[in-house]
Ligand binder design. Structure first.
Ligand code: AGP
Length: 616
């Protein structure tokens, strides 16, 4: 997942804004970076393989102008690249340019038909220097300019030739006071200032300058001047919107603060996350739950007799908890589908079916495709999304924002907390107060942040455990009932940041296969909190103990039986069964985090993974 940044205006140095913006996007992963900016009529065009800091050093050392530009404004673009086509080298770094080095293009995504376009351009005599797909874009624009088109038309024609999933920004020194942007599936946002505009793949790169933003929609192209943004849709069926929205978090929330990693910061935000997901929504004093985002579809919701939840990864596991919550509290049948499967399945829907898409980024291509699949069925589409104004937030009929603030670490932690909290609220909302769990859970949600703080106090003990087990090569995570999806999420957390093989399973399934793997080198994390299934979980633990398998139990304070059975125990405060995953998962997140740190791995940017998978 690459990072795009751009600036046009008279209040900031384009070079400084772009370099700082690229630093803010480094969490997205990068292996090379580049810049093409004009300040004071001097263009700097530099690229290199490596960190943004080394690019900044190169800029400082090579202030040499590449070309004088006739403009009093500061303008330009920059890019951090996470290689897809072509090795991470200087020549493959963006911006890419045309032969006379006047058109500069950065791109985030994949141009699926670039080979075909490249061959056509080569037949016309165009020469390519890189191995990337992006390099076809400046040459395409150049070819349309040579046919006599004006720049914006040439840009639109070039973008119309592209197939794939992309976000593009373009700067041409013959049009030195304009930036151009385009979007198809990959996010790009325009920051709105006073006689200045900003471009970024992610609002965290521009939130220090403005909270007013325009999210480009699919097929939209933008001509961006210091004082004006003109947006058109290349999809004839839709008019461009250009709606300006306000970001719902503060700039400092994007900073890492005193923490060594964003992941640890975001785990420690669990209490605040639960608070912001319940604030104004959960009102135990008047025995009410109020979800403003669902008001517009309140009537339609009363007819819903089947819910399909669709998501990927951690959001999918939150969805599994949503199934348990909605079925038990609201009595509505729910099925949870992996978005990458759901979008290809053919299954019956009725008009009383609702689809709920869960996504932290709101830009996951598989989840977007899953929503688009049901668009023609006229059924209700809801979103549970963290990123304000993101695609999923905009293509669903209604929804509930997580309000968890920016989640920068690739491993999702606080977003999961918010998603499960909101699914509990939706379950309560759908029960319309008729469930016997309604009041008790409202009360529990209101005191949950304090209980989450108590779990975080166990971090030193969890850190010791992580050190003890950091060299293990396999882990099993097992749970029952509400703690079964939690076990799946615990396994994902561990494997995605420590690269250790880990799998989650229902404890009831142990005897049907997984038990065969157990020996003294194969530890099991047993989620054994208080509840109606605890006795069964204890006998599963006995089975493992009998095979000499180490057992790391997570149990409820006051359970004085568990220490006889388990090798190690972490206790959590008493909490209602339906909300136990929200406390247990904090232990699992800290356990995975400290194992990864023990192994000296790049916790926030695990290998091979991206924070938002914007391509299918
Ligand atoms: C979670 O830790 C992973 N980074 C990944 O599974 C993530 O949950 C998945 O890609 C879905 O992302 P989304 O919530 O932004 O749609």
């Amino acid at each position: 997942m690459c990072g795009i940044v751009g600036y046009i205006g008279d209040k900031n140095s384009a070079t400084d804004f772009v370099i700082n913006g690229l630093r803010a996007l480094e969490y997205r992963g990068y292996d090379s970076a580049g810049i093409a900016t004009t300040d004071g009529g001097k263009l700097i065009y530099l690229k290199n393989a490596g960190r943004v800091n080394s690019l900044a050093k190169l800029v400082a050392e090579n202030g040499n102008t590449y070309q004088t530009v006739d403009s009093k404004l500061s303008c330009g673009i920059g890019h951090t690249r996470w290689a897809t086509h072509g090795r991470p080298t200087k020549v493959n770094a963006h911006p890419h340019t045309n032969a006379d080095k006047k058109i500069f293009v950065v791109c985030n995504g994949i141009i699926e038909n670039y080979q075909e376009l490249k061959s056509t351009l080569e037949e016309k005599g165009y020469k390519f220097v890189s191995e990337t797909d992006t390099e076809v874009i400046p040459h395409l624009i150049d070819s349309y300019l040579k046919e006599g088109e004006d720049f914006f038309t040439a840009f639109k024609m070039a973008v119309s030739d592209l197939r794939g999933a992309y976000a593009i920004a373009t700067y041409c020194i013959d049009k030195p006071e304009v930036l151009y942007a385009a979007r198809l599936s990959s996010p790009i946002v325009i920051g709105v200032g006073e006689n200045e505009h900003f471009i970024a793949s992610d609002p965290s790169a521009l939130i220090n300058n403005t909270k007013k933003v325009i999210f480009l929609n699919d097929f939209e192209v933008a001509e961006i001047k210091a004082d004006k943004v003109h947006i058109e849709s290349l999809d004839g069926a839709k008019a461009a919107t250009g709606e300006v929205v306000e970001l719902d978090y503060e700039a400092e929330e994007s900073d890492i603060g005193k923490y060594p990693h964003f992941m640890l910061k975001e785990i420690h935000e669990a209490p605040a996350t639960i608070e912001s997901a319940t604030r104004g929504r959960v009102k135990p004093s008047i025995n009410t739950v109020k979800l403003g985002g669902l008001e517009a579809v309140k009537q339609q919701l009363t007819h819903i007799d089947r819910i399909i939840i669709t998501a990927c990864g951690t959001s999918y596991y939150a969805g599994l908890l949503g199934e348990y919550l909605i079925e038990e509290i609201a009595g509505i049948p729910v099925e949870v589908e992996l978005a990458s499967e759901f979008k290809y399945r053919s299954e019956p829907f009725t008009r009383n079916t609702a689809v709920i898409a869960i996504s932290q980024s709101g830009e996951t291509a598989d989840t977007i495709a899953a929503i688009k699949k049901v668009e023609d069925y006229g059924i209700l589409k809801l979103g549970i999304v963290n990123a304000t104004g993101s695609t999923i937030a905009r293509i669903t009929d209604a929804g509930v924002y997580c309000h968890a603030g920016p989640e920068q670490s690739v491993a999702s932690t606080k977003a999961f907390m918010a998603q499960v909290t909101i699914l509990a609220e939706i379950a309560l909302h759908l029960s319309d107060g008729k469930s016997k769990l309604f009041s008790p859970l409202l009360k529990e949600l209101s005191v949950l942040p304090e209980k989450a703080k108590k779990v975080l106090e166990a971090e030193p003990q969890i850190k010791e455990l992580a050190k003890k087990y950091a060299d293990c090569r396999d882990f099993l995570f097992m749970g029952r009932g509400y703690l079964y999806p939690c076990a799946l999420e615990g396994a994902l957390k561990l494997k995605e940041i420590s690269y250790i093989h880990a799998e989650g399973c229902s404890a009831g399934e142990m005897k049907h296969g997984p038990l065969a793997m157990i020996d003294e080198n194969f530890p099991t994390v047993a989620l054994a909190a208080e509840g109606p299934l605890l006795d069964k979980m204890l006998s599963n633990i006995e089975e493992i103990k009998a095979r000499k398998g180490p057992i790391i139990a997570i149990a409820t304070e006051g359970n004085d039986n568990i220490e006889r059975l388990a090798t190690d125990v972490i206790f959590i405060p008493k909490v209602r069964e339906q909300l136990q995953p929200l406390l247990v998962v904090i232990v699992l997140q800290l356990f995975a985090y400290h194992i990864a740190v023990n192994k000296g791995l790049n916790v926030d940017r695990p290998r091979n993974l991206a924070k938002s998978v914007t391509v299918e």
